[in-house]
Design a protein around this ligand. Structure first.
Ligand SMILES: *[C@@H]1O[C@H](CO)[C@@H](O)[C@H](O)[C@H]1NC(C)=O
Length: 730
């Protein structure tokens, strides 16, 4: 704690009065610490933003400004203690303020290191964030010497202590870049020409000399903001933010006093350019603005929770939709395409942590409508829209039925055509098969005729064989006889030679006998030769007759085979004829049956078409009755489902209840001020859900929404103003 006092003393010397230096933060911190202790004592969740209730909101850890280990009672700072200087925090915000001359030297040496460009005001910037002042014109500034103020190209306005001036940073150009905290961007002094664009870049980079503290959030304060009014809710002049992680809605019209918080990644790790862009459509109208741009250091207690475009840190106040104004008239001021969260810090009310937040319409004096968001569909309309869903489903079913019936008809027609083709083919097939049968039958007859002819030839050949064999036997007998006679002649010859006597007379006799015997042999030899020739001829005849017989037998066999083949062919041909006839009969049956199927399918198509027409009529009627119904409604049970009827444009206040304990989440139409004349009535609602928060959402049109697949119809609505609500934490 000794270090804290050391730092505190030189700081008071430098700025002389705490109220001039971060005074708001002192108060915040004190209040915050009490709150954190309450939170811990009552075991509230450390991160209430993860309540499932906020289904559409990304939670963030830690929740800035809530329970935080670094600020348990042990570390509690005494009242009046200046901001937080605990080195364990890792926040060096006040380090820069507290070192006095020593600190200034430290910083200037930092800035004059080779990697850092020389900045003439480098040793001043450490003090800028601390000694804020309010200029004579009411703008936030910093206390510097007049010289430093001119070096910064800022505007001196009013004075501070020690002879210094209240130095205000105002930029009145298009295309500039802002790096200094609390710069004002205002419209150029000459009227804005249109169409045109006017943009400003906010550069966040902790390597910049004037941004030693890492920046995590930007707060835009629209001190004044006037552009063209929207057309049917759509901005023609637009103000847009890009480069921030927060998705800011496009706005236009009158936004004096409004603000936006924009999250950015820490400028220490991710330098970021955030661009603010006005696009002016053609046309003459007043366009002027003055926007204060505050760069908020990471980890500070006064950061808005993530995804809170607007953040209120007082126990009561006023919250308005962009472009809401207390003006009479029927112009549409509600802006299209809004989708953002409005968050409220939970405050201590009478030393107790607030338990609920109540909202009521703000008082108007110029005839403005304090709560007018696109008129919702009523409970009846919710039922009617459910009927649209049913009718649309039925319509789809009828269309499917028709399509199926048409497909069935097409199939039946194809079947008929195919059957007719098959019949023709079968009929054409009859004649060829019958011709084939006739040919087969003719071939059979021919083959059968050939069999007896071959058999006769066989019989003849057998006769010829028998004759030749008889002749052969005869010739062989003759030959045998001749040979026998020859042998006898030889024997006689031998006997004659043996009988030759030794005298001549006897020799002569013997010679005569010998000659006779020789002659007999010669004759017998001749007979044998003749008989042999006859026998040979007979043998040849027998052989030939046998060959002929074999041939004839083969011919008979062939003829019989031919008969068998022809008979098979005839049977097959007969079967083919029978089959062809059967095919004709079948095809004919199919041809007879198919038209009935076609007729049935045609009837089905006609029925389906009638059903479709009926379903179309039913759907059209359902859409018409849904579109015709309107009224004030919040939510209703439809088919057992709790259906929010503020379907397209609404303010979401979680679990809010009115004085009669009617609970709803979504508010639209004139739900919170059902009567605007003669005096506005207010239906205050309160929500116990913490952290306190609302979500404003509008769609992209004020025109009617046509029914479609999964789209419920809605009537056109105009003259919506948005909302102006006073909130009060209790
Ligand atoms: C910028 O000024 C705001 C007050 O408008 C202050 O809360 C914040 O800490 C300042 N930012 C830096 C980086 O000092």
């Amino acid at each position: 704690m000794a270090g804290a006092i050391e730092i505190f003393l030189p700081f008071t010397l430098m700025c002389t009065a705490i109220w001039a230096c971060e005074d708001g933060q002192v108060d915040h911190l004190t209040a915050r610490q009490s709150l954190d202790e309450q939170l811990q004592a009552n075991s509230y969740p450390a991160n209430p933003w993860v309540f499932p209730y906020y289904y559409n909101i990304q939670p963030r850890l830690p929740f800035a400004g809530y329970a935080d280990a670094a600020r348990i009672p042990f570390y509690r700072k005494s009242p009046g203690y200046f901001a937080k200087i605990d080195v364990n925090d890792g926040y060096r915000q006040e380090d820069r303020l507290g070192f006095g001359n020593l600190g200034a030297n430290l910083f200037s040496s930092l800035f004059t290191l080779p990697t850092r460009p020389f900045r003439p005001f480098a040793n001043l910037v450490g003090r800028m964030d601390a000694c804020t002042c309010t200029s004579s014109s009411g703008d936030a500034g910093i206390c510097t010497s007049a010289l430093a103020c001119s070096l910064l190209s800022r505007k001196p306005s009013g004075s501070c202590n020690l002879g210094r001036v209240c130095c205000v940073d105002v930029l009145a150009t298009c295309g500039g870049t802002v790096t200094l905290n609390n710069t004002y961007w205002q419209s150029p002094s000459t009227p804005v020409s249109a169409p045109s664009t006017c943009a400003l870049t906010v550069r966040l980079d902790s390597t910049l000399a004037e941004q030693a503290l890492p920046i995590c959030q930007i707060r835009l304060d629209f001190v004044s903001f006037t552009t063209a009014q929207p057309t049917a809710g759509t901005c023609t002049d637009t103000f847009q933010v890009s480069g921030a992680t927060t998705v800011a809605p496009t706005i236009c019209g009158n936004n004096d006093g409004q603000h936006m918080y924009l999250d950015v990644p820490s400028s220490a790790s991710t330098p970021t350019d955030v661009r603010l862009t006005f696009n002016f459509a053609a046309g003459m109208t007043t366009r002027s603005w003055k926007i204060k741009i505050a760069l908020l250091p990471c980890g500070t207690t006064y950061l808005a929770p993530t995804d809170c475009l607007q953040y209120f840190s007082a126990a009561s106040g006023r919250v308005k939709s962009f472009n809401w104004q207390d003006v009479a008239g029927t112009a549409t001021r509600q802006l299209n395409n809004q989708d953002y969260n409005i968050c409220f810090r939970t405050e201590l009310v009478s030393s107790q942590r607030a338990t609920q937040m109540c909202l009521s319409i703000c008082a108007v004096s110029n005839g403005g409508d304090a709560f007018s968001i696109t008129t919702p569909t009523s409970t009846d309309a919710a039922a009617a829209t459910a009927a649209v869903v049913t009718a649309t489903t039925n319509l789809a079913k009828a269309q499917t039925t028709l399509t199926n019936a048409q497909a069935t008809l097409a199939t039946a027609q194809t079947t008929l055509a195919d059957a007719q083709t098959a019949l023709t083919n079968a009929q054409n097939n009859i004649a060829p098969t019958q011709a084939a049968l006739t040919a087969a039958q003719d071939a059979l007859a021919t083959a059968q005729d050939a069999v007896p002819v071959a058999e006769t030839a066989l019989t003849d050949a057998q006769g010829a064989l028998t004759t030749a064999e008889t002749d052969l036997a005869t010739a062989q007998g003759t030959l045998t006889d001749a040979r026998t006679a020859l042998n006898k002649a030889y024997i006689d010859l031998a006997a004659a030679m043996a009988a030759i006597p030794p005298d001549y007379a006897a020799i002569d006799v013997a010679r005569a006998a010998l000659t006779t015997a020789q002659t007999a042999i010669i004759d017998a030899l001749a007979v044998v030769d003749g008989a042999q020739t006859v026998a040979n001829t007979a043998q040849t005849n027998v052989n030939n007759a046998q060959t002929t017989l074999t041939n004839k037998q083969t011919a008979v066999t062939d003829a019989q085979t031919a008969v068998d083949t022809a008979q098979l062919a005839a049977v097959n041909a007969q079967t083919a004829v029978t089959d062809a006839q059967t095919a004709v009969d079948t095809a004919q049956t199919n041809v007879n049956n198919a038209p009935a199927a076609v007729t049935d399918a045609q009837t089905a198509v006609t029925t389906a078409q009638a059903a479709l027409t009926a379903a179309q009529t039913a759907a059209a009627n359902a859409v018409a009755s849904a579109a015709a119904l309107s009224g004030v409604g919040t939510s209703a049970i439809v088919n057992g489902v709790n259906t929010a009827t503020c379907l397209y444009d609404f303010l979401l206040i979680s679990s809010a209840q009115d004085s009669t304990n009617v609970e709803a989440d979504r508010y639209c139409g004139n739900a919170l001020n059902p009567a605007t004349t003669p005096i506005a009535t207010s239906v205050p609602v309160c929500t116990p859900i913490k952290p306190f928060r609302m979500t404003f959402q509008t769609d992209n049109t004020e025109e009617a929404v046509a029914a479609g697949a999964n789209i419920l119809p809605a009537p056109a609505d105009t003259a919506n103003t948005g909302f102006c609500l006073d909130y009060q934490e209790k």
